[in-house]
Design a protein around this ligand. Structure first.
Ligand code: SAM
Ligand code: SF4
Length: 348
């Protein structure tokens, strides 16, 4: 190691990497960690979870102490933002306690949460009091029938009540995420944009990715961001590209003439792997370097074996996981292999 803390790169690697930072072979610096706190859910969205989902025994999920320990070590390696997700994270009892502990960790500047919103009405104030910085609420449809068709359960009223409660609790910049699926989103895009513009939420469309539990995904089912944009423009007028405050984020924002923003996350039609700064920790304590990773690094085994130098060994695991990251997810490329686990088991 030299005096700047950088290691000499292995032969064949062009980019020097620092052993105290999560930098991969392609020079991507990892500052964002997605932490799934449960694989259970109140919904059964077709693109994420099977109707008969089998969940991990609770004893296999990390405890709050274990999550905090991994995140603290990751913060020492440059992780600056944490997004808590699931399954449905609001099903995890006592979640505000975990949020408060993550917020308090040195180095962690932002803690965000992605939720389906069903349990948000009663929990929004507690999450705000715990110091949660940002909130994303998933909402694909604004009519009961379409909501039920996607989520395979009722709940639209509760999501809308949750969104209202979140705003009431003082959250600002609330994002509404909609998965864009051909045959469904064409009719939802304009109502969602009108709703979000009226209510002051930031709408983002995410292209449907091959992470559905039933392996029914095909490229033909993806309504691309560009197609959604055309649908919006036909009804609501032209969209102009809006500069992003954070160039690292995958969403590309566009602005209507009235100033309201709409974002597009297009992992299928416009992969952003070259800018990826994310690692993931599953609810059962497995580190992943990509949603589409086919390997996992077992943090739970280290945590539960205990012993000396645990933090050093967790650091090594995080570095190994990062170092093994592929250049791109490879969706659509010859030989693309879907991960064995579906979205609800990984954490979106
Ligand atoms: N249950 C919470 C929720 O729905 O917001 C958090 C977990 S969910 C897995 C996180 C995000 O992933 C949601 O916005 C969901 O719509 C999105 N998602 C799930 N499966 C997806 C897929 N196959 N393609 C694209 N986005 C997906
Ligand atoms: Fe549950 Fe979220 Fe998956 Fe829907 S997308 S089944 S709400 S985890």
């Amino acid at each position: 190691m030299n005096d700047t803390g950088s290691a000499t790169p292995p032969p064949g690697l062009a980019t020097p990497f620092r052993v105290d930072r999560l930098v991969d072979r392609f020079g991507r610096v990892h500052t964002d960690l997605r932490v799934s706190v449960t694989d259970r859910c109140t919904l059964r969205c077709t693109y994420c979870m099977p109707l008969d989902a089998a969940f991990k025994p609770r004893g296999e999920l990390l405890t709050f102490d274990e999550f905090v320990r991994v995140v603290a070590v990751a913060a020492g390696l440059g992780i600056r933002s944490v997004r808590v997700t699931g399954g449905e994270p609001l099903l995890r009892p006592g979640l505000p306690e975990l949020i408060a502990r993550l917020v308090a960790l040195p180095g962690i500047g932002e803690v965000a949460l992605t939720t389906n919103g069903l349990l948000l009405e009663s929990q929004a104030a507690g999450l705000r009091a715990a110091g949660l910085h940002r909130l994303n609420v998933s909402l694909d449809a604004l009519d009961d029938e379409t909501f039920r068709r996607i989520a395979r359960a009722d709940g639209l009223d509760r999501v809308l009540a949750g969104l209202g409660a979140a705003r009431e609790a003082g959250f600002t910049g609330i994002r509404v995420n909609a998965v864009s699926i051909r045959g469904i989103t064409e009719a939802q895009a304009v109502p969602l944009a009108r709703f979000c513009s009226r209510e002051g939420f930031h709408l983002r469309f995410i292209e449907f990715m091959p992470l559905d539990a039933e392996s029914a995904w095909s490229g033909a089912q993806v309504l691309t961001g560009q197609e959604v944009r055309r649908i919006l423009e036909a009804d609501l007028g032209p969209l102009e590209p809006a500069p992003s405050a954070d160039p690292g984020q995958p969403a590309v924002d566009w602005r209507f003439a009235d100033g309201s923003l709409v974002g597009f996350i297009d992992p299928v039609s416009h992969p952003f792997c070259d800018r990826c700064d994310r690692l993931r920790l599953t609810a059962d304590g497995q580190l992943r370097n990509c949603l589409f990773s086919t390997s996992e690094w077992d943090a739970r085994a280290l945590l539960r074996a205990g012993g000396e130098n645990l933090d050093d060994r967790l650091s090594r695991l995080l570095l190994d996981c990062t170092a093994a990251k592929h250049a791109a997810h490879g969706i659509g490329a010859p030989g693309f292999e879907r991960p064995a686990r579906a979205m609800y088991q990984i954490g979106g």
